[in-house]
Design a protein around this ligand. Structure first.
Ligand code: CS2
Length: 462
């Protein structure tokens, strides 16, 4: 039997749930990019807020491409479970916050309507790093900004126009992706779109809308068929939308909202004046270590994070990257203890109850190395600090992307072509030289490029 409103009453007492009247809630949030991470993070926080008595924050989830999540959740009335797995055991919660899932390419009008609805107060986004790319050419040509596959800026720009014209009020837009200055990045992209497409709406956007920065954190591996079987065994119901995660969750949000906000803090979210120290620490220490584990671990035939972090040939390097290279590059907030943060991350990575595939983390590397490694390298260089562990990870990544099929990446073909043209002696210059693919911001110093090239030679497989 499938999980749904009609069957949820049969769930055993061991499954936690909020018990609020979900159908009495208005839809206050639209989420763009409803993958596993959103379900285990922002929707989970929102569900906790409504369970604590907050009202009218039901979520309309939007898939920007695939119909898969709708197929999972629509027959279940939006219900799904979150399983938290740690060394001490498992806790399962029913999440009731998602009310509908729309697939944008097949229901663009319904998405536009949800975004323009006066009940909607907040839009959250998990669209991955590459989802923030702007259409680069012809900044003055409106057609260039709306051609091709629709971007987040098309949906949100049209929402600005529609809400202005129908007097629906401004929104708070919350990027929940792993980018440095994610709120400012979203804001700048949308302002540019409005400038080109409807300049008269830009001032209203600039004045009333809010794009707070956030740091989001929870490890959520892709759900596997065996996970679904395990949830069915524990709950007695089939849940095709189940997500599996760790007990840990963190959400730090810049306290800058255009209107009301849910009491996400009842589940531990923090509203702060400045997110940067948390965001930089998380990107460079957690995500930076993750990407290093992925490249170094896959090269040594590991499959999962907990295996790679247990490998004595990898662990010291990842510890050095976190503690001696990433941490010193972070301007910590008062009371923020980065040494303890590193300890916690090592414990989380070692969690054997939550197998997290290295291959999943290795996807989209070209979009990840900037905020995770290159920005830390630049800060350390400016401060006169060496970064051998980060450069070793960069060498492993450079070797990894030689084959175009190594991992899904929007730049896979470009990287393989650079490799073919430049060869082992020239690839580091082609990527990280002054005129390299990663531009001036991603350029390494001469000695750093020599170091990375030497590491490539060491790992030479052919
Ligand atoms: C990971 C992140 O896949 C990746 O690139 O580094 O998804 C990571 O698990 C999350 O950011 C943890 O909060």
């Amino acid at each position: 039997m499938r999980l749904s409103d009609a069957t949820a009453g049969t769930l055993p007492d061991s499954i936690a749930w909020g018990g609020y009247d979900r159908h009495a809630q208005r839809r206050g949030i639209v989420h763009l990019g409803i993958g596993a991470f959103h379900r285990a993070h922002q929707a989970w926080y929102t569900d906790a807020a409504m369970a604590a008595g907050d009202r009218d924050w039901a979520i309309t989830g939007v898939s920007l491409r695939s119909p898969q999540v709708r197929a999972q959740l629509a027959p279940q009335d939006g219900l799904y479970t979150v399983s938290e797995r740690g060394p001490a055991g498992e806790a399962i919660r029913l999440v009731e916050a998602v009310r509908a899932v729309l697939v944008a390419p097949s229901a663009p009008d319904a998405v536009a309507e949800a975004l323009a609805d006066p009940d909607t107060k907040i839009v959250t986004l998990t669209v991955t790093e590459k989802g923030y790319a702007r259409r680069p050419d012809s900044p003055r040509d409106p057609a260039a900004h709306t051609a091709g596959p629709r971007t987040i800026y098309d949906y949100l720009g049209e929402a600005v126009i529609a809400r202005h014209d129908r007097g629906a009020g401004p929104l708070t837009l919350i990027s929940c992706d792993n980018l440095a200055a994610n709120g400012a990045t979203l804001r700048a992209g949308l302002a540019e779109w409005l400038d080109a497409v409807s300049p008269r709406h830009r001032a209203w956007f600039e004045q009333g809308w809010a794009c707070p920065a956030t740091m989001v954190d929870r490890i959520v591996p892709a759900t596997m068929p065996a996970d679904l079987d395990r949830v069915a065994a524990a709950t007695g119901l089939r849940d095709e939308g189940a997500v599996v995660t760790e007990a840990y969750a963190q959400w730090v949000i810049e306290d800058r909202f255009a209107g009301p906000r849910p009491r996400w803090d009842v589940a531990g979210a923090q509203f702060v004046a400045d997110v940067r120290p948390f965001e930089t620490a998380k990107l460079r220490m957690l995500n930076g270590a993750h990407s290093a584990l992925a490249c170094l671990g896959l090269a040594r035939d590991h499959r999962f994070v907990h295996e790679a972090i247990a490998d004595p040939a990898i662990r010291p390097l990842v510890e050095r990257l976190m503690r001696a290279e990433a941490a010193p590059s972070v301007a910590a907030a008062p009371g923020q203890d980065l040494a303890r943060y590193a300890d916690l991350l090592l414990t989380r990575f070692a969690n054997p109850a939550l197998p997290h595939r290295l291959a999943q983390i290795a996807t989209d590397g070209s979009q990840k190395i900037g905020p995770r490694w290159l920005e830390a390298l630049a800060d350390n260089r400016a401060a006169g600090r060496d970064s051998p562990a980060t450069l070793t990870a960069l060498a492993a990544w450079t070797g990894f992307v030689r084959a175009p099929g190594a991992a899904a990446d929007p730049m896979a073909e470009t990287l393989a072509a650079r490799w073919a043209a430049a060869g082992r002696e020239g690839i580091v210059d082609a990527l990280f030289g002054p005129a390299g693919l990663f531009g001036a911001a991603g350029a390494l110093a001469d000695a750093e490029r020599a170091f990375v090239t030497a590491r490539l030679e060491e790992h030479r497989a052919d």
